[in-house]
Design a protein around this ligand. Structure first.
Ligand code: SAM
Length: 281
């Protein structure tokens, strides 16, 4: 079955009485070039792949052909009947019905991928929870090598932005801390059914073995980062002192030690400067 063919998909959905749920970010890929390219970038025969939100299985089938095993987590139980047909030939695929954000991925990896050389995440993400999913994957320090995901173009630019540039946000700091990121390719909105309002892009995050900067406390570091980006127009001194309850003089002295102006805005600091500032205050 050609799951990228719009007429095939339409009749499959119609036959099963399936209607799209916008609230679940259901925009299915119908551009035949995208899923093979994502799967090629994400895995090989030694890889165990976690897919988030298989939909009708268009990416799942491509992953199945290239990976050792695929575990796909889908929240929408209405897709069960469809997936049992579309993936009936894919013996190395297992679907778990549930919320990815409530799934114990560490336990899942230990249970399902013990015979795989590496583990990767690959998905066309539901856009309403892009950041929570990416942050969960990064912060829970899962034994994964890479994350290859489709996200909205703007989110891709934000996630992969160099820290210290205008496009960067707190999430870009986390991405840089835990991984090396790149935007692989853009995807036009008409590649989806139904088409979303904006274009998308596929990004790849290669998980680092060790962070590129040394921080005394990750909790304090990320608290500082959140405070820095909370009110972007304010100076770092003002926003950090009010958000983190730190005396302004302590922050000014730390900036002085680092040779940074006390009127600097948080978004201007590099990853190294944020780490040093966090260690000082
Ligand atoms: N992979 C398919 C494709 O590329 O055509 C579907 C991608 S669609 C953008 C997102 C999928 O994620 C939908 O199937 C949706 O039901 C599922 N989904 C939404 N929220 C989820 C959650 N919290 N956990 C797991 N899957 C979720």
């Amino acid at each position: 079955m050609n799951l990228s063919d719009i007429n095939t998909v339409r009749s499959l959905l119609q036959k099963n009485g399936f209607t799209f749920k916008k609230s679940l970010g259901q925009n299915f890929l119908i551009n035949p070039e995208v899923c093979p390219a994502m799967a090629d970038a994400a895995c090989d025969k030694q890889t165990g792949v976690i897919e988030i939100g298989p939909g009708i299985g268009v990416l799942t089938a491509e992953l199945s052909a290239r990976a050792k095993r695929v575990i796909a987590i889908e929240l929408d139980g209405r897709l069960k009947k469809i997936l049992s047909v579309t993936l009936s030939d894919c013996e190395n695929v297992e679907i778990i019905y549930g919320d990815v954000l409530k799934t114990d991925l560490k336990a899942l990896i230990a249970e399902k991928f013990s015979d795989c050389e590496r583990v990767a995440v690959c998905a066309n993400l539901p856009y309403y929870i892009t950041s929570p999913i990416v942050m969960t994957l990064l912060e829970s320090r899962l034994p994964i090598d890479s994350i290859t995901v489709m996200v909205q173009k703007e989110a891709a630019e934000r996630l992969c932005a160099k820290v210290g540039t205008r496009q960067a946000g707190a999430v870009s700091v986390a991405v840089s801390y835990y991984s090396e990121s790149e935007i692989l390719f853009g995807v036009d909105k008409n590649s989806f059914m139904p088409p979303p309002k904006v274009d998308s892009a596929v990004i790849q995050l290669h998980i680092r073995d060790n962070p590129p900067v040394k921080v005394d406390s990750e909790e304090d570091f990320f608290r500082l980062v959140k405070a820095c980006f909370a009110q972007r127009r304010k100076t770092l001194v003002n926003t950090v002192s009010s958000a983190a309850g730190i005396d302004k003089e302590i922050i000014k002295n730390a900036l002085l030690k680092l040779g940074i102006s006390e009127t600097v805005r948080g978004e201007k600091l590099t990853l190294e400067e944020l780490a040093e500032l966090s260690n000082l205050i």
